[in-house]
Ligand binder design. Structure first.
Ligand code: PBG
Length: 329
């Protein structure tokens, strides 16, 4: 019976013998409700514009965004995270389209809410990079540095206009110190106690955001290293986590997801609020590109990447494949 002395003394392979057995003992299951769809809407276009570095993802028109939201809802996706791309000529130093009630993001929030009501959670990116001419996530001081506290004033205003437009959840992604607290106060003082804050708690300065910059037509020169975190660090994330919770975050997020699963696991271990992870544009593009060349099995790679993120501890996953995957589940 045994080929080599007393080994194997134990046979873990018994639990892998058939698909039914593997299914029964699976510890991690993806569910459509785990998924949130990030979506881009661009001002002043009549047709959706494909994003070259994210094959299959587009900058939506107001109309196609509405449809995409309904499709996500019908597929069982929980939420949609909206990013607005204003007309280039409207971008300025302060990111004015971000606080204009008729700015593209606010218009899109209203459009989507009119379509989905309270059945799909409508989330909005609360950040200035999509609306500033320099492409930074905040406003600049006279020396061209990102001015933390001046930016907080802009964020407070953005929180209010996004809530006015009907956002259920705001997602501050700019990594300014104190942003969660300022936004929570601004919402509470304007009667939006029920609007939640999904804090981008551990947001790393990542090369994998590359395709997103095309998606939002960002004009950023340089980098975001004075506000986004150094990929080398863990403790920094735990400190940001403590601060965000203290400041009133309802949910916390780790971003990117795949290269930061250790961070995600540590965050998930430590908190008693829901934990989200964002599988970002570069993670999407890598799988799409390799699959296009026939180098990996696209569908299996997608499922594996998402299962890994959930296994590491995410309750919610933002992914550009949300609707497609939800349909398959
Ligand atoms: C900032 C923001 C970024 C992403 C989401 N919010 C870009 C950045 O920080 O440079 C990236 C998302 C992705 O890459 O899919 N508003």
């Amino acid at each position: 019976m045994t080929a080599y002395g007393s080994f194997p003394g134990s046979r873990p392979r018994r639990l892998r013998t058939t698909p039914a057995m593997r299914r029964m003992v699976a510890e991690t299951r993806l569910h459509p409700a785990d998924l949130i769809l990030p979506a881009f809407v661009r001002e002043g276009i009549d047709e959706p514009v494909p994003i070259e570095s994210m094959p299959g993802v587009v900058q939506h028109t107001r109309d196609t965004l509405r449809k995409a939201a309904v499709e996500a809802l019908e597929a069982g996706v929980s939420g949609i995270m909206l990013f607005g791309v204003p007309e280039e000529s409207k971008k300025d130093a302060l990111g004015t389209p971000g606080t204009d009630p008729d700015g593209i993001l606010q218009v899109a929030i209203r459009d989507v809410r009119a379509e989905v009501g309270d059945d799909l959670i409508v989330m909005s990116d609360l950040c200035l990079d999509e609306t500033t001419e320099h492409g930074h996530c905040g406003v600049l001081d006279s020396e061209g540095r990102v001015d933390n506290d001046a930016t907080l004033e802009r964020y407070a205003e953005m929180a209010q206009v996004q809530a006015d437009a009907g956002a259920h959840v705001v997602g501050p992604s700019g990594m300014m110190d104190g942003q969660v607290g300022v936004i929570r106060d601004a919402l509470d003082q304007t009667g939006y106690e029920d609007v939640s804050v999904l804090a981008y708690t551990a947001k790393y300065s990542s090369a994998f955001y590359g395709p997103f910059r095309e998606a939002v037509g960002s004009s950023l020169k340089g980098d975001r290293k004075t506000y986004q975190q150094d990929p080398a660090n863990t403790r920094e994330s735990l400190r940001e986590l403590a601060l965000d919770l203290e400041e009133g975050a309802d949910m916390v997020m780790v971003k990117p997801a795949g290269p930061y699963l250790d961070i995600l696991a540590k965050v998930a271990e430590r908190v008693d609020v829901p934990v989200a992870a964002y599988q970002i544009s570069g993670e999407y593009a890598m799988i799409q590109a390799a699959a296009e060349r026939g180098w990996i099995d696209r569908d299996k790679a997608i499922m594996e990447s998402l299962t890994g993120i959930k296994r590491a501890g995410a309750n919610m996953i933002l992914t550009y494949w949300a609707t497609e995957v939800a349909r398959q589940l």
